[in-house]
Each structure stands twice: as structure tokens, then as C-alpha cells.
Design a protein around this ligand. Structure first.
Ligand code: ZN
Ligand code: ZN
Length: 356
């Protein structure tokens, strides 16, 4: 499996005009080798791959790493890496411009004479955007677990409880039901606070006749899930219902666009078109969605001016929202798999307005 992924990366080497690529993003290293530790660098050339880690991970690396040799550094990782690079006498070394630290860059620049450094952007990320069958299976399970956790916690939504109470119940239930951890800080925002797209759960109380927005994701075997539902505790009023229906319409319209060959911006534009019809275009303040996999936000981004064409095997969220300051907000988010012919909505949780 990892040989295939490493070979996929090797095809990029000539295009990036590098003899080898130094991978420093941990999610990228995990994707290419299976290593899940928190300290590693990976050097990939056209004929071999070496993973550098430290002694804490000696046993784990031997168990996990596939497709690459492992070098366990006795001192600093960087020293071991530089020593190995010097012995190779590379002329052109690629590094991940968005992932390498300045410290790493400085060490390469000052200690590798005669070697040209080539900044490389998004190569492993491009490979990761298209999931293989095994990854899709992991994501499916993460999505199903996330929805099961959500259903289990619905009963905790009651007037007088705090946002923080509900958020911690969700996180706790994720662990109890076998999840690794939340994929991001769980969002619970009630009433006017639901108009903050990334609200932190607070001691604010859940109240009657207001919206409650819950955005949660769980990691299972390294893969993330991501779902938002907005519910009403009692009657959200005519305005609330109107906003909810507009968001739902925008979400379904965006999903209906998802298929191979369509650009990311086309999907985003479809959601904006619906909001414009309802006079809510200014209330939609973020992009329509993002890829999900080993990281909660990864390629492709579904937003304005994104020319990436969707391909079968991509997994993205579709999550339009409308946020009205002082009133509240609604977001509905599902995870969607791009298939050969169209798409499959992975999230099983219903999305008609739930009145609790
Ligand atoms: Zn989300
Ligand atoms: Zn999301």
C-alpha cells in the first residue's frame, strides 16, 4: 500500500526539479509510511525512502513503518538528517514549503553546501485528496460513529444546561464509543452565539425558542469526520424557520452539483446562488466546504476562485451557513464522497429542522 503511495510521490520529483523530497508534515509522513508518532522526517528519493525518528519511537517505528528504512537518531533529529544528506551528495533537494519549520530550512541552507533547495507545495496533499478504498472505509466508520454519538447526546439538550456541558458530553461519548479523540474542538453555540461560526462552548445557558448549533467530529483510526446540525429548542419563530429552510436549500443545491469534473468553485457558487435568492448572501461568511481525511481540513477547498476539479475518491464537506448578528445562525454540514457518476452523502443524520 505505502509503496504505491511513495511511488505516486516519486512521479512528482522530476516536475519539482528535485532529486529527493524531504517530507516534514506529520500527516503526510503518516500517509506515506503508516508512522503515527509525533517526531519524524521522511526523505524520499527515486530509489529509496528513509524515515528519521528518535529513540522514543524506536519500537513503534519498527512496527508501523512500511516502504521506508528507519533511522533512529541518537541525538537531535536534524543532525542525523543532515549527516545522511551530506553522504548522499544531493544536488537538488525539495522541501515542503508549507510544512517545514524555519529551523529546518535554516539548517538545510547553512549546512548543505552545493545543494539547491527547492520549495515544493502541496504534492503529498494532492495525492491525499483522492482516497483509496481502505481510506474511504475508515472515513465511513468515523462518520457513522460521529452520527451515533450525536444521537446519543441529543437527550442532553435541555433548557438550563450550558453549552460547555453539552460539548463535554459529546467529547466524553466519543471516547466511550471507541473514538480516538475529537477531530477539533467541539462547537456548541446557543441563541445569538450561534451567529459566531466558530464559537467556543461557554457557560451560556441553552434557552427555549432558540437555535442550538452543534459542530462535531471524531477521529477513528486516524481519519476524521465532521458534521454540523442546528436544532431548535422550542419554536425558533418564523424568521428562524425561514433562515433554516434557506440554508437547507443551499446545502442540497450544493450537494446536487458534486460530481467528477465539476470545479470546487462551481459547488460554492451554487450555495451562494440560493442565499442570494433569499437575500442572505451577506450572511454566508465562509466557504462551502473542505476535504477531510487524516486532517480535518485538507484539499480540496470548496470556495471562491478554487479551480480544482472534483475527482472520484475525494471526500468533502458541504456546509453552508447563514449568520445573523444578534439573532443567531444556522449551519448544516454533511460529508460527501465523490463517486464515478456523482456523489454519495456519507452522513446518515437527518437534516430537517429538529424541534426539541
Ligand atoms: Zn464542522
Ligand atoms: Zn467542516
Amino acid at each position: 500500500m505505502n509503496h504505491r503511495r511513495l511511488n505516486g510521490l516519486r512521479e512528482f520529483l522530476p516536475r519539482s526539479r528535485a532529486d529527493a523530497l524531504l517530507v516534514s508534515g506529520l500527516a503526510n509522513i503518516r500517509y506515506l509510511t503508516g508512522f503515527t508518532g509525533s517526531s519524524a522526517l521522511l526523505l524520499v528519493s527515486d530509489h529509496d525512502a528513509v524515515l528519521f525518528t528518535d529513540r522514543r519511537y524506536e519500537v513503534q517505528a519498527a512496527q508501523e513503518v512500511q516502504g521506508a528504512a528507519v533511522t533512529v537518531a541518537r541525538g537531535p533529529l536534524l543532525t542525523a538528517l543532515i549527516g545522511s544528506l551530506k553522504r548522499r551528495c544531493l544536488r537538488r533537494l525539495g522541501f515542503e514549503r508549507g510544512r517545514a519549520s524555519y529551523e529546518l530550512y535554516e539548517a538545510l541552507r547553512s549546512r548543505l553546501e552545493g545543494c539547491r533547495l527547492r520549495p515544493v507545495a502541496g504534492t503529498v496533499e494532492q495525492l491525499r485528496a483522492i482516497k483509496d478504498a481502505g481510506e474511504i472505509e475508515f472515513i465511513r466508520r468515523a462518520v457513522e460513529l460521529n452520527s451515533a454519538v450525536f444521537e446519543k447526546c441529543l437527550g442532553r439538550i435541555r433548557a438550563g444546561r450550558t453549552e460547555a456541558d453539552l460539548a463535554s458530553a459529546i467529547d466524553h461519548t466519543m471516547r466511550l464509543m471507541g473514538g480516538e479523540k475529537p477531530a477539533f474542538e467541539t462547537i456548541v453555540a446557543a441563541g445569538p452565539r450561534s451567529a459566531l461560526p466558530h464559537a467556543r462552548p461557554s457557560l451560556n445557558l441553552l434557552r427555549k425558542n432558540e437555535f442550538i448549533l452543534v459542530d462535531q467530529g471524531v477521529i477513528l483510526r486516524g481519519y476524521s469526520s465532521d458534521m454540523t446540525r442546528t436544532m431548535a429548542l422550542g419554536d425558533p419563530g418564523r424568521k428562524g424557520r425561514r433562515v433554516y429552510q434557506a440554508v437547507l436549500e443551499a446545502q442540497m443545491a450544493a450537494i446536487s452539483q458534486v460530481r467528477p469534473g465539476v470545479t470546487a468553485e462551481q459547488v460554492d457558487r451554487q450555495a451562494r446562488k440560493v442565499f442570494r435568492k433569499h437575500g442572505l448572501e451577506k450572511a454566508f461568511v465562509h466557504s462551502t466546504g473542505h476535504g477531510v481525511g487524516l486532517e480535518i481540513h485538507e484539499a480540496p477547498r470548496l470556495g471562491r476562485r478554487e479551480k480544482t476539479k472534483l475527482e472520484a475518491g475525494m471526500v468533502v464537506t458541504i456546509e453552508p451557513g447563514a449568520y445573523l448578528e444578534g439573532f443567531g445562525g444556522v449551519r448544516i454540514e454533511d460529508m460527501v464522497l465523490v463517486t464515478e457518476r456523482g456523489c454519495e452523502v456519507l452522513t446518515p443524520t437527518p437534516k430537517d429542522l429538529r424541534v426539541l
